[in-house]
Design a protein around this ligand. Sequence first.
Ligand code: KG4
Ligand code: ZN
Length: 353
Amino acid sequence: MRHKKIKILAFETSCDDTAVAVVENGKKVLSEVRVSQAQHNAWGGVVPEIAARLHAEKWKGALEECLKKANLSMEEIDFLACTQGPGLQTSLLIGNTAASFLSLQHQKPLIPVHHIHGHICSVFLERVEEISFPALVLTVSGGHTQMHLFYSEVDGVMLGTTLDDAAGEAFDKVAKMLGLGYPGGPIVSEKAEKGDKKKYDFPKIYLEKDSLDFSFSGLKASVYRLIEQVESVDEIFITDVCASFEYTVGKIFLKKIERVLEKYPEIKSVFFVGGVSANQYLKSVIREFLQHYCKNFFTPQNINFSTDNAAMIGSAAYFLVQKNPQIAKVQFVEADSRLCFLGSTKKNKSDTN
Ligand code: KG4
Ligand code: ZN
């Protein structure tokens, strides 16, 4: 198996994108199709019933287009993969059923993948240079804000997680409060470019001295109170709020990264992944900060690999099957919206080496 080029056809339907990709040896993206669902924008957030119905309508067309773009037939695919969870149960159900159906029909082994593991492996996509471990991984999306310590592409422990809102969710809610639409992250970051990041001193919630967890609900509430107080929400106010909010999120990330690097000096690389890693400002402050620590910084090669995509699932599946060939079976995979993280135990505080 080592010298053969392994082609994995992967599905990602954990939220509102119907994504299918073919990935070779965990890194090379042979083709990628993503059908986005603009239908949710009018509701200011994802409506699960609408998402599931659209996944059911679109997956087959997306699959056919993906194979065509890669110039491959199902017979040339070595493995199938799908996001098993976490995510919206009804959305996951469609992708898992589609992948399972193909597994049984074509007798192809199917590899279930944890969504966060997919995000972590997004840094390997289209990357030529080697990545050295151990790595601190900061995963920031609409549903998660987590830090992991990874020893290889597949072995890791969770160091911290959000106690309330995820950072991406906070971006979305701030955008909603300012009447900017959904999804909020890209709009807030665009507005922030023109604003004064020091204008509003929002609370930087670092939690207890050694905590590696996150909390964003206080920051969100503080933005809400400010908006309530002002007489008019004009463009200057919006850009300043967005810039100050983004600056505060950046400060929180840097503090948490600093705590981890001081506790685990053996760390060689830092990954920043998940939808929020599409943010140019946050990427640049983290990159600059890490130069002082002489750590390698890795973030997905393009912003389409930051937000939900199927290629990252194909990448994670490849590394999983390399480590444990038994996980790939002709099977029906049950969607699991509340899937815990693989090896989710937090690293013991006294266990520093
Ligand atoms: O990983 P992802 O695509 O889906 C989940 O797994 O949740 O992340 C989506 C999140 C949304 O909250 C979205 O607002 C945020 O990523 N996001 C951004 C940017 N682009 C997407 N947040 C900040 N700046 C961006 N440029
Ligand atoms: Zn995601």
